[in-house]
Design a protein around this ligand. Structure first.
Ligand SMILES: N[C@@H](CCC(=O)N[C@@H](CS)C(=O)NCC(=O)O)C(=O)O
Length: 202
């Protein structure tokens, strides 16, 4: 078994788990609930991943892999079917979309962290900037042709939009984005996505 440092709150972990399910590999992964975040360093995790971040994957031979794009790409080497990281011209589109979805998560997590700070120490200009960026991403995504076969780019974007639902419902990102909303509804119903719901467990 591989061991995955895991949390039901982490969208990066969720992306890895959706990939594992899509590829039929979920049964080969033991998930270990690992609590990170806040200001307390997770010293034990840091021995495996000096960044102290999840997801971190430990292979059977002790090899350690992070971050989530690296783990997803590794899992994609473990099967003989159609690849989530395509080759040829599709490769760069999938990669760029992966960067876009992950970038949205990076912005959303920065914003979420700011919200957890005492109100008097929160930076309104930063929060306004992060909101503008997320809205810009959703606007751009409305014009992405996301139809077609599933790639890692689709999974990253689908997970990022679901994370907006989970933590930033007030953004109401579907408003004015009917194509994207319709695409996401189908994504959200995939068994791999349904099997890995985000849960705020503390
Ligand atoms: N680029 C990383 C981001 C991972 C990440 O930031 N994970 C969060 C949890 S959602 C984390 O571990 N935060 C703890 C910390 O930054 O100290 C990836 O794609 O895996």
């Amino acid at each position: 078994m591989m061991k995955l440092h895991w949390s039901p709150r982490s969208p990066y972990v969720r992306k890895v788990m959706v990939v594992a399910h899509e590829l039929g590999l979920a049964g080969q992964i033991e998930t270990v609930r690992t609590v990170v975040g806040g200001t307390t360093p997770h010293l034990e995790l840091m021995r495996e991943n000096p960044l102290g971040k999840i997801p971190t994957l430990v292979l059977e031979d002790g090899t350690i892999l992070y971050d989530s794009p690296v783990i997803c790409e590794y899992l994609d080497t473990l099967h003989g079917g159609e690849k989530l990281f395509p080759t040829g011209s599709e490769h760069w589109t999938a990669r760029r979309r992966l960067a876009l979805g992950d970038g949205m998560l990076d912005v959303a997590l920065a914003w979420l962290g700011e919200r957890f700070r005492p109100a008097e120490r929160q930076s309104a200009p930063h929060m306004a900037l992060w909101e503008t960026k997320l809205r810009s991403c959703v606007d751009a995504l409305e014009h992405e042709a996301l139809e077609g076969r599933l790639t890692i780019g689709h999974i990253a974007i689908g997970i990022a939009l679901s994370y907006l639902d989970f933590r930033f419902g007030e953004l109401a990102w579907r408003e004015g984005h009917p194509k994207l909303a319709a695409w996401h509804e189908v994504f959200d119903a995939r068994p791999s996505v349904v099997a890995n719901p985000p849960i705020d467990d503390r």
